[in-house]
Write a protein that binds this ligand. Structure first.
Ligand SMILES: Cc1cc2nc3c(=O)[nH]c(=O)nc-3n(C[C@H](O)[C@H](O)[C@H](O)COP(=O)(O)OP(=O)(O)OC[C@H]3O[C@@H](n4cnc5c(N)ncnc54)[C@H](O)[C@@H]3O)c2cc1C
Length: 423
């Protein structure tokens, strides 16, 4: 009789940490960017992989993480100083988001914080002084959580065809109908809705208005239902139905001037969102790659470390190179976004092209690193205990949202290569 001996690797085994110098070439960062990287990493240290693994399994909202980030003042990273923010740019916000996802927090860590950063950009740029003073300090302190309401089931990626409409009531308030997808745990929703019917505008991009609406489930006219999903289940994604939901007259971003100009206004949120999501994809990719490198340097099969096999090492080297290239594209896009706010010679197309391209490259690089991490771990890649399966599930999100790779290729084909529109 031979005794069976279990030699299954365990995530708890003491793996030598061979942290590669990766992710962010810290010599390239400004002093304030380094402060963001170090300060956010310090907060994240208290929320290790085990915390996020448990959240993933129990699907409980990471309120304490959101609070810790808010308490550190990080939600105001790129909001105006006059409203209590740090007045830094989307470059710093992207560094923050990469640091969060790379810590092991993955997409839930991003999703419980990032809308407070990118969705607030249109408010910071176009909001009236009263709107900024009323909302931004509460968002920075964490008292208000915000979400971004754009996607609709029938319009899909065709945002200009969205059907959520807002009509002015006699008393000046707004009523809204039909439904959009959005988040449940929010106090404020940055919402794009049509205020002039599409057949009454010259261009479909006209007649849309951006609102900052209170999300008050105790009021009539709003219903929110969580969607069961593949990953990041601790931060809810929802179907939201509006049926004559009345919102205050003064919640149009940009006031009277902003009515009908929502598409131009929301582009600020969309381009910053692409930079942030790109950085988040990088963080997931680097986290997965670090785990793969650790495992490959530790695990022995056939009497040698599996990382000695080029069949294991080279795909990881490729994954690193892809992440590196995508990170250059991401921080270039974020810098362009920030510079364009002051340098009006930088066109919106230049910013949009850079932000879209970065998002596409980073999403693919993050996904590739995550799937290679699974294969590097062999069977243990499938075990929740090693975290890489969680990272792979979450790495699909940046490939789909806020815009798919296919639509980015369409954008580059048309706007950069001047090819005829294909759809
Ligand atoms: C986890 C998660 C969180 C999200 N959070 C938010 C949020 O907070 N707020 C929000 O507003 N939205 C959110 N979204 C929605 C997300 O932005 C959309 O899913 C995304 O924009 C894609 O739209 P769709 O799902 O309607 O896909 P569809 O438009 O139905 O497209 C389906 C597929 O067809 C392809 N396709 C469509 N048209 C073309 C074309 N002309 N050429 C080539 N391919 C095409 C697409 O690329 C895609 O692969 C979230 C999504 C996920 C998964």
């Amino acid at each position: 009789m031979r005794a069976l001996r279990s030699s299954t690797a365990s995530a708890a085994t003491s793996m030598s940490r061979r942290a590669f110098s990766s992710t962010m070439d810290t010599t390239m960062l400004t002093e304030s960017q380094r402060e963001v990287r170090d300060g956010v990493a310090e907060v994240c240290k208290n929320f290790p992989n085990s915390y996020w693994r448990e959240r993933d399994q129990t699907k409980t909202y990471p309120f304490d993480f959101h609070k810790a980030i808010a308490d550190g003042g990080w939600l105001g990273v790129s909001l105006p100083e006059e409203n209590g923010g740090s007045g830094l740019g989307v470059s710093e916000a992207s560094i923050m988001m990469q640091t969060i996802t790379e810590s092991g927090a993955g997409f839930p860590g991003a999703q419980c914080t990032h809308a407070n950063i990118y969705a607030t950009q249109p408010l910071a740029v176009f909001g009236s002084a009263e709107q900024r003073a009323q909302l931004i300090p509460k968002i920075i302190s964490g008292e208000y959580r915000s979400c971004f309401g754009v996607t609709e089931p029938n319009a899909g990626l065709n945002t200009l065809e969205l059907t959520t409409t807002a009509t002015r009531l006699e008393n000046g308030d707004w009523g809204q109908k039909i439904w959009i997808t959005n988040a449940q745990n929010a106090h404020i929703m940055f919402l794009l809705a049509r205020t002039t019917p599409v057949d009454q505008v010259k261009k479909k991009s006209e007649g849309l208005t951006m609102f900052a609406i209170p999300v008050d489930k105790s009021k009539n006219g709003i219903a929110i239902k969580a969607i069961k999903k593949m990953g990041g289940g601790c931060v809810d994604s929802n179907e939201v139905w509006f049926d004559d939901y009345v919102v205050p007259g003064d919640c149009v971003i940009g006031g009277e001037e902003g009515i009908g100009k929502g598409f131009r206004i929301i582009l600020h949120g969309m381009n910053s969102e692409r930079c942030l999501v790109a950085a988040e994809a990088l963080g997931i990719g680097y986290a997965a790659l670090q785990k793969a490198a650790d495992y490959a340097g530790d695990r022995e099969v056939f009497g040698r470390k599996i990382g000695q096999n080029q069949g294991i090492a080279h795909p990881l080297a490729d994954a690193w190179a892809q992440l590196h290239a995508a990170s250059l594209a991401t921080y270039h896009a974020a810098r362009l976004y920030d510079n364009a706010l002051v340098d009006k010679t930088i066109s919106p197309i230049t910013v949009g092209t850079a932000a879209n391209t970065a998002k596409m490259l980073a999403a693919e690089a993050g996904f590739n690193a995550a799937q290679r991490a699974i294969l590097t771990h062999g069977g243990m890649g499938f075990a929740a205990e090693f975290d890489v399966e969680r990272m792979l599930r979450e790495s699909f999100v940046p490939r789909i949202a806020p815009i798919s790779g296919e639509m980015i290729r369409n954008y580059i084909s048309e706007r950069v290569l001047n090819l005829p529109k294909s759809y």
